[in-house]
Design a protein around this ligand. Structure first.
Ligand SMILES: Nc1ncnc2c1ncn2[C@@H]1O[C@H](COP(=O)(O)OP(=O)(O)OP(=O)(O)O)[C@@H](O)[C@H]1O
Length: 134
């Protein structure tokens, strides 16, 4: 039987249906949204970027770049959240220098993706902002 978002069955076996897989993936999104303030921040910025894209009527190619970098940042955030959960599971909140390294490198993935998004955003929007002042 397919299980929903509030599944409390303590399932440890493989998913049997595509619906079940999607349901658990959505649960992963929900945990990330709940636990990671940065995920919410990045989602808000993504909405703003999409609104600016509509406002300035950016080209199809620019839309492609914007959508790709938005998803890259969100994927990096999801990855970072999964790594944080794994580390917390392993060290149970005890301070561990290797746990710190792993979490810091994982956070660096998000930072690099966000930097790429800023660069793409500047390349796309600076010419449009420039036009406003001419
Ligand atoms: N068990 C641990 N041992 C050592 N250092 C830790 C440990 N847990 C967390 N840290 C340090 O604290 C930082 C923040 O911890 P954590 O990643 O769990 O919180 P966060 O606020 O969700 O981070 P982010 O802003 O990357 O989402 C880590 O990058 C790491 O430097």
């Amino acid at each position: 039987m397919a299980m929903g978002l509030n599944d409390n069955s303590h399932q440890t076996k493989k998913n049997h249906t595509f619906l079940q897989s999607c349901s658990h993936a959505l649960e992963g999104l929900k945990w990330t949204f709940q636990d990671e303030a940065n995920f919410k921040r990045h989602l808000s910025i993504a909405v703003l970027v999409l609104l600016f894209g509509l406002l300035f009527q950016v080209s199809k190619l620019d839309w492609l770049w914007l959508i790709v970098v938005i998803f890259l940042v969100l994927i990096a955030e999801l990855w970072n959240t999964a790594v944080e959960y794994i580390v917390d599971l392993l060290v149970q909140k005890h301070y561990d220098p290797l746990a710190k390294k792993i979490k810091d490198v994982s956070a660096a993935i998000v930072l690099v993706a966000a930097l790429l998004a800023v660069v793409v955003g500047l390349i796309v929007f600076v010419p449009h902002l420039g036009n406003l002042f001419h």
